[in-house]
Ligand binder design. Structure first.
Ligand SMILES: Nc1ncnc2c1ncn2[C@@H]1O[C@H](COP(=O)(O)OP(=O)(O)O)[C@@H](O)[C@H]1O
Ligand SMILES: [Mg+2]
Length: 587
């Protein structure tokens, strides 16, 4: 309760206050309606002695009260919609503070990711539920108090009776809430799988592979199996819920019958007027409705409990210092040394990097080669300052990364990963994201695109650099894999950082593009250092130094000629690749 009030209060102070006021006003109206009913009834009962005129005023009053109540209700609906949206926005802001602020390493932790997924999935519905639950509770509570006070005023004897009549519904509603909560908790994992399968069958990126492999039948039958299981559980759950509900309603009905009998008794022997008894009857019905509203509200909040717990824990992960602090000064470094670096991914036992030592001098082009899974990308992430090393250290001119101002390493590196992001935005933005905190500078943007060999292709698009690089938006245009890779490389160049890290940048490039890019790489880099990961020896052979990684360890290093002369694993891999291009007789 405290959590949700806090959330709603920070999100929309004034509308929430207005909403609460309206609820209290509504409660007063409810009580007034009961009194008006009594007034109408006494008017009717006195019809024989007085005229119709005496009933007119109370009837008009009752009608007016009813109309005002309805108007207040619809105003309330509008305001609570507004509050709900405001809560959603506030919530997203908090969630984004965490999701963008935590270190990358958190994303390796399945529990973190699960929680993020849950918070993200429920972010659109839960805040409404919390808000409505809360507002409903306040209103129902206030109205119940008003009704109780009115009943007390009518006849104090009515009070205990009324209170008792509410008990069965409260008890069974509580049971129902518990059932619902447990049901939802148990279904969550299956629900997530179901959502994923639905994405698989409706997603744009997945559509081609789903067709190419003919996956739809297989995936749909998985989906059906999940749904079948869900419906079995749902049926069982709904039956039990209905059972509880029935018991609650029947008991309430019995108690109501008893209440009526007592009312009759009070009219006959207790000196209760018929009008007051009629009003009491209306009040009892109203009270039952309010009690149901109250339990419904509590139920909403209760059902959102899991979500609020998640949210609470998740928000607790907010970083103390902004981990993604990008504002920093580029370091004009002489050398970067990764010394005896060790790194193990969370949840793994085998280290991904084991005592790795790598040096990148100012203006040098350094290459990393090695088989899949040998640790190249991991090393690139550590050198780029995205992961802290478990052991050993990365130092820029002898200063350990931990001792540098936060943000400096990031300001000094431009990284393009092998699975870089294809931003579904225009071409200019795709490149300008290299320096996201500055207004794009056209001349430098063009220069970066030229260096990456993509300027011509982008200029030729229907609306040039303003063309969205996706077909999901109107007027968009899809690029090929190789063209995308060049856009990403242009982004790295545009960042203008003293160290450029390119993880398999030539994988999707055609041989001519690769040759153009890498034969002119030093010119393009203009004195910047580069760490290049590649399987293509044509890309690698001109590097100042080549490190060969094998199962997380550096097994060889040196320039191309030295490594060939060594005749180790580099030479072996090189000959293997070269041989594939030569006629059989030349091997
Ligand atoms: N996010 C991750 N979580 C756990 N293990 C990972 C993760 N990424 C990579 N690994 C493991 O770390 C090792 C090195 O991976 P990686 O650096 O990506 O290799 P490479 O880039 O040389 O192909 C592999 O055994 C891989 O399975
Ligand atoms: Mg890799």
């Amino acid at each position: 309760m405290r959590e949700s009030v806090g959330l709603v209060w920070t999100a929309a102070r004034r509308p929430f206050a207005a909403l609460t006021t309206l609820q209290l006003f509504g409660a007063a109206l409810t009580a007034a309606q009961v009194l008006a009913t009594q007034w109408v009834l006494s008017g009717i009962l006195a019809l024989s002695s007085s005229g119709v005129r005496d009933v007119l005023l109370p009837v008009v009053a009752l009608a007016l009260l009813t109309a005002i109540t309805a108007a207040a209700g619809s105003l309330q609906t509008s305001i609570s919609r507004f509050v709900g949206e405001a809560v959603t926005r506030t919530m997203w802001q908090r969630v984004l503070d965490v999701s963008t602020g935590v270190e990358l390493r958190k994303f390796e932790d399945p529990r973190f990711f699960d929680r993020l997924e849950r918070v993200r999935a429920s972010a659109l519905t839960r805040p409404f539920q919390v808000t409505n639950g809360l507002v409903g509770c306040i209103g129902a509570l206030a109205s119940s108090l008003g009704l109780v006070a009115t009943l007390y005023a009518l006849n104090p004897l009515l009070l205990p009776l009324i209170l008792i009549s509410g008990i069965p519904v409260i008890l069974t509603s509580r049971q129902e809430s518990r059932l619902e909560f447990r049901f939802n908790l148990a279904q969550t994992p299956r629900l997530r799988l179901r959502t994923y399968l639905l994405i698989l069958l409706t997603g744009r990126d997945e559509a081609k592979e789903v067709r190419a492999f003919g996956l739809s039948r297989n995936v749909r039958s998985r989906l059906n199996a999940l749904y079948d299981g869900y419906f079995r559980d749902l049926t069982r759950h709904l039956r039990r819920r209905a059972g509880f509900n029935l018991v609650g309603q029947l008991t309430s009905a019995l108690v109501l019958g008893a209440t009526l009998l007592v009312l009759v008794w009070l009219i006959a022997y207790g000196g209760l007027g018929v009008a007051a008894a009629g009003a009491a009857l209306v009040a009892v019905r109203m009270l039952a409705g309010q009690v149901q509203g109250l339990t419904g509200g509590i139920q909403s909040i209760f059902e959102s409990g899991l979500f609020l717990d998640d949210l609470h824990d998740f928000l607790g992960l907010a970083p103390r210092r902004a981990e993604l602090e990008v504002h920093g000064t580029p370091i004009d470094f002489g050398e970067i040394v990764a010394q005896d670096v060790r790194f193990t991914y969370p949840g793994r036992t085998e280290p991904a990097l084991d005592d790795v030592t790598v040096r990148i001098g100012r203006g040098e082009v350094v290459a990393l080669v090695g088989e899949n899974g040998s640790g190249k990308t991991t090393l690139a992430k550590i050198i780029a300052g995205l992961y802290p090393a478990d052991g050993g250290a990365v130092a820029w001119d002898g200063v350990r990364v931990e001792d540098l101002p936060p943000g400096d390493v990031r300001a000094s590196t431009a990284v393009i990963f092998q699975d870089f992001v294809h931003y579904a935005l225009d071409a200019r933005t795709n490149i300008a994201f290299g320096r996201p905190d500055e207004a794009p500078r056209e001349d430098r943007l063009r220069a970066a695109a030229c260096a990456a060999g993509i300027d011509d292709a982008l200029s030729a698009l229907p609306t040039g650099y303003d063309t969205p690089l996706t077909r999901i938006f109107e007027g968009g245009h899809e690029l090929s894999g190789g063209q995308w890779q060049r856009v990403a490389i242009a982004r790295a160049f545009y960042r203008d950082a003293p160290l450029v890290v390119l993880d398999e940048p030539s994988a999707a490039l055609d041989p001519r593009a690769e040759d153009e890019l890498f034969s002119s790489l030093r010119r393009t880099l203009q004195g910047r250092a580069a760490l290049i990961i590649s399987h293509r020896f044509s890309t690698v052979r001109n590097a100042d130094r080549i490190y060969v990684l094998d199962q997380g360890r550096i097994v060889e290093h040196g320039d191309h000629d030295e490594l060939m002369a060594r005749d180790g694993s580099y030479a072996e891999l090189f000959r293997l690749q070269a041989a594939a291009y030569l006629p059989q007789s030349d091997r």
